[in-house]
Design a protein around this ligand. Structure first.
Ligand code: SDX
Length: 424
């Protein structure tokens, strides 16, 4: 067994090296504080591994992303979203019979408890759909107590995967004062979602194959991404033995931030701002380089990818294909391409290894599909759901998983005496 040595206060301490299946190395510091009295400090956890995981592998320098060993490019090309859900959660691509049954269960469980439908009416008309989604997912532990036990985790997994798209569609319909649409048993996961979003109860809804394929691609590309902020949140909450619905609801809230999943909405708002400003993208490149401007190029940069985000590459190509097939021209796409071109030639971005990430082009396709901007992060959450669930389940299957409880370095006041009110 290989080890590393740390010389602390004149004494050598050895720590076991852990090597992953792709050659990633770390050393196990579980005994550090007991042995040395020291802890490590790593704000943002950029150098700290929280766990071992067999779900997703990312190589940020080579732009590699694989779900359970399958390259994202192959899954994007050939897989359907329900297959990717099964692969991530249960670690194997379903055979034909398994896939038929999996799809049947996803459809049969698509309905939500009728009492939940009324809860939607209690939200104010302009409530952000992410607030609704996180609240409704958390409420599932109340509406489905039978799925709320360790023994019924698979039931909770199926309920979440099947009902989340219905909840998302309902939040959209309610925000427009439109009647909710119930899922149909003869439609695919994506087609059902599109019909519940855009269909009309009084007439048949034709699902465009172009849009169905684009929607499926977006869901697959967002399905997992190892220990990102929201997935780490799901693991953190799940580590206290909280139920799956509570942990996923917390993940939805973490995803909402504009530095994370909220970036896809922020990108479109940024592109619209540039368009309204006469399309002067060079002005915004300049602002992004000026720390005092408080402006960031949304959709650019990544903690892990330092050459390119493979998902952004796939999405950039898909933008042209989807808009072309739908006969749509979107000026925001032209602005996005100009921004990318200018930034990739600019030393500020090159030195900081800032490239377009998954959020840079996704919003253009969501717009082409007709998804409103404030629903973009909900779409990210629908895609990321199987990944969150897979990590929650992997942690639950891990014997002896401990509650996550980081330490800190205290920098506050040292001990001082109480001061009575009249002496302050
Ligand atoms: C996602 O983790 C994941 O895997 C996330 C995700 C997933 O699938 O789950 O991939 C999804 O969240 C993608 C990221 C979406 N967010 C954005 O697009 C928001 C804009 N990007 C950034 O705010 C930033 O790049 C982050 C949040 C993505 C990464 O933040 P880091 O790793 O903490 O980097 P940093 O803020 O320390 O920046 C390093 C330097 C700084 O400059 P210096 O202080 O070194 O001079 O780069 C600069 C930053 O100011 N910088 C940017 C920038 N991003 C970083 N400058 C201008 N525009 C940007 N977008």
């Amino acid at each position: 067994m290989s080890t590393v040595k740390l010389l602390i206060d004149g004494k050598d301490h050895e720590f076991r090296v852990i090597e992953g299946s792709e050659g990633e190395k770390g050393f196990d510091i579980a005994s550090l504080r007991a042995a040395t009295g020291y802890i490590t400090l790593d704000p943002g956890y950029g150098n700290t591994g929280a766990c071992k995981s067999a779900i997703t592998f990312i190589d940020g320098d080579k732009g590699i992303l694989r779900y359970r060993g399958y390259p994202i490019e192959e899954l994007a090309e050939s897989a359907r979203f329900p297959e990717v859900c099964h692969l991530l959660v249960y670690d194997h691509l379903p055979n034909r019979d398994e896939l038929m049954e999996w799809r049947r269960q996803l459809t049969l469980n698509s309905y939500v408890h009728e009492a939940m439908v009324n809860v939607f009416d209690s939200f104010p008309p302009h409530a952000h759909p992410m607030a609704i989604l996180s609240a409704m997912v958390s409420s599932m532990s109340a509406f489905y107590p039978e799925a709320n036990t360790p023994e019924t985790l698979d039931m909770a997994i199926m309920y979440l995967l099947a009902k989340a798209k219905t909840i998302a569609a309902y939040s959209y319909r309610k925000s427009r004062g439109e009647p909710t649409m119930y899922p149909l048993s003869d439609l695919s996961y994506v087609a059902n979602f599109l019909r519940m979003m855009f269909g009309h109860p009084a007439e048949p809804y034709e699902v465009s194959p172009v849009i169905e394929r684009a929607m499926g691609l977006l869901l697959i590309l967002h399905a997992d991404h190892e220990q990102n902020c929201s997935t780490s949140t799901v693991r953190m909450v799940g580590s206290s033995q909280a139920n799956l619905f509570a942990a996923i609801s917390a993940g939805i809230c973490a995803l909402w931030g504009p530095l994370h999943g909220g970036a896809n909405q922020a990108v479109i708002e940024m592109l619209e701002r540039i368009e309204a400003d006469g399309g002067d993208y060079k002005k915004y490149i300049k602002m992004a380089k000026d720390k005092d401007s408080g402006f960031r190029l949304m959709g650019f940069g990544h903690r892990v990818y330092k050459n390119f985000d493979p998902r952004a590459r796939i999405l950039k190509k898909a933008c042209d294909e989807v808009l072309g097939e739908l006969g749509i021209t979107d000026p925001l796409l032209d602005i996005a391409k100009h921004l990318e071109e200018a930034a990739l030639k600019d030393d500020f971005f090159i030195e900081r290894k800032l490239y377009p990430n998954v959020d840079f082009y996704s919003g253009i396709i969501y717009r082409a599909i007709g998804i409103p901007t404030n629903m973009f992060t909900v779409m990210f959450a629908l895609g990321r759901l199987p990944g969150w669930i897979a990590h929650f389940r992997e942690m639950r299957m891990e014997r002896g998983e401990r509650i996550h409880r980081p330490r800190q370095i205290y920098t506050g006041a040292t001990q001082r005496k109480w001061v009575p009110l009249d002496e302050r």
